[in-house]
Design a protein around this ligand. Structure first.
Ligand code: SAH
Length: 268
């Protein structure tokens, strides 16, 4: 008998966005759920300070994928999630980096839970694009420079290159490219083939909102080279568009870090 035909729905899962790394960027709702959960299944992207908020007695399961090395397939994660929730008496949190429904396969997990007759709720998180924008001091839209923004992945479903970058070569438009560092060269070539100027400002923001955050900037023609800069770390997102030119005058994060180092030197 399929679980879906049971008269009463069983179990409940919270699919929770953990944001970009700084625990203070969790929503109040996410914090409450993380602290009270009996079981937490989390991705590799979830930062250590956030994982430390999980109750010490809770069951903590890393199901993460990192750098193409899959520790568990999505199907295995779905099955485990259903199995943990199906016992019914324990609160289960599926904790995902950023926002669960932004390149996070949260939709597939919702489908698996729905098929199994398990209730769920989804708690949004701060996604990498907005974190990179705020902490990297790069407005995603700005009067005169950008009328819109597109969030896009740097590679196709099986990791294959995407061929239609030229379609995204729009003027007065910002692109935020997730998972694009490894394909920076072909992305830049595609955008330039579509008519975007080689001089278009670009940035790579690594580990947005975390103390190790780095922002490197350059021009579209040099994006491939920029991606090889040793300051670029995982995870990182690419931002392409005139708005990047505002970064140097608006940066507040590096000044803040510098300030706290000076204070530590004085009082430490
Ligand atoms: N669901 C996540 C995205 C998962 S895809 C979200 O909403 O943010 C993973 C990609 O997200 C990484 O390859 C990188 O491009 C981006 N990313 C995630 N966290 C990031 C961070 N703290 N700083 C910069 N980019 C990040």
């Amino acid at each position: 008998m399929s679980l879906i035909s049971l008269p009463n729905r069983i179990g409940r899962v919270a699919i929770v966005g953990a944001g970009p790394g700084d625990p203070e960027l969790l929503t109040v709702k996410a914090l409450g759920l993380i602290q009270c959960a009996d079981v937490v299944l989390h991705d590799a992207l979830v930062s250590e300070p956030i994982l430390s908020l999980i109750h010490p007695q809770a069951e903590r399961i890393a199901v993460g994928k990192r750098c193409g090395r899959h520790s568990m397939s999505q199907e295995e994660i779905n099955r485990l999630l259903v199995a943990k929730a199906a016992s019914g008496d324990r609160s289960v949190v599926r904790l995902k980096g950023g926002d669960p429904l932004m390149f996070g396969r949260g939709g597939e997990e919702m489908q698996a839970l729905r098929e199994a007759g398990i209730d769920y709720e989804v708690v949004p998180g701060v996604t990498a694009a907005t974190a990179c924008a705020s902490y990297g001091a790069i407005p995603l839209t700005h009067r005169t420079l950008s009328r819109g923004v597109t969030f896009v992945t740097g590679h196709g479903m099986g990791g294959e290159p995407i061929a239609d970058w030229h379609r995204l070569a729009l003027s007065h438009h910002t692109l935020v490219i997730y998972m694009g560092v490894a394909r920076a060269g072909s992305i830049a070539a595609g955008l330039m083939a579509g008519g975007l100027s080689a001089e278009t400002p670009v940035a790579i923001v690594s580990r947005a909102s975390q103390p190790q955050q780095q922002v490197v900037t350059g021009r579209l023609a040099g994006l491939e080279q920029l991606a090889k800069d040793p300051r670029v770390q995982t995870p990182a997102a690419l931002i392409v568009g005139e708005v990047v030119s505002l970064h140097h005058s608006l940066d507040w994060f590096s000044a803040d870090l510098l300030g706290s180092e000076v204070v530590q030197q004085q009082f430490g």
